[in-house]
Design a protein around this ligand. Sequence first.
Ligand code: 5GP
Ligand code: MN
Length: 336
Amino acid sequence: MISLSELKTLLATPQKIVITTHHKPDGDAMGSSLGLYAFLIQKGHHVTVITPTDYPDFLHWLPNNSNVVIYTEAVEKSIQLVSEASLIFCCDFNTLSRINDLGEHIRNAEGLKVMIDHHLDPEDFDDYRHWNINACAAAQLVYDFIVNELGEAELINKDVASCLYTGIMTDSGSFRFPSATSNVYRIAADLIDLGAEHWRIHQLVYDNASENRLRFLGHCLSNKLEILRDVNVAIINVNAEELKQYDIATGDTEGIVNYALSINGIKLAAFIIERTDKVKLSLRSTGDFPANEICKKYFNGGGHRNAAGGVSEKNLPDTIAEFKSILPEYKTQLLQ
Ligand code: 5GP
Ligand code: MN
């Protein structure tokens, strides 16, 4: 580990910096990464954001998006950038398995690794850690890092503010989860003062669906929603054929699980989807129910108490059956 003053000394002279984030980046992954990018370039660093995979179109408006390198589309270039970097910032993830093949390149890289994250159980691969499980978003921690650790609040310009606002807005469910504390609202207010146009960001992220996505949502709600009243669980499942039929792109399935959770009395919602190489589960819960525990114990995953995910080696019907078979174990908590 290095100290904050050692990190500050390093950041005082131009460095080659890589910023990376998790597989299938969401609003917080891209918001925290590009927010940090927009901050660091003002200090004269050579900075590249590398994502392990592509990410949804509704995030492509983010400032400096055109400079992002997608690992799967530029493997050699990404490997070179990682190997040449003196500093590697890891935003919104804390185990290298969350960044696929890029993980081993980062593990072996000589550059110092800085983790900025809010997930449980961080892996020990970093040299400096700005980690807080209570933060609503990694973007909140980037704000805190810039303002309180580096003392450089004056470098939060409109680009930085817009990116960080996006991360906080998306990961806090538009400021509605318990993690959206009064302090988060104060940070959001500060970001608005610094140039984030909250109404425009909301529109760009949430009112930007394709016709396909809306029709697909209709299909999921009309035909694929199963409600298990005896355990207060709702499940939506989607197979590969349906994804093809509705021409579903990265990000189009985002948020569908929340409709299942919005049903009166439902404590746990699952969105189970057949991807090309695996079956993926997205769980959401209300109150104290630990969705992350189920993902960790049974589906090689994890996440937060109320929003977690994992994968299954089984096919779609068997995964659904396995998920249902686990529920009796949690019945008491589900009926509370
Ligand atoms: P989502 O359901 O939106 O894919 O993921 C919700 C949250 O669950 C993410 O923010 C992340 O913390 C966690 N998560 C999702 N998939 C995985 C996974 O495969 N492994 C782990 N460890 N966490 C995951
Ligand atoms: Mn996050």
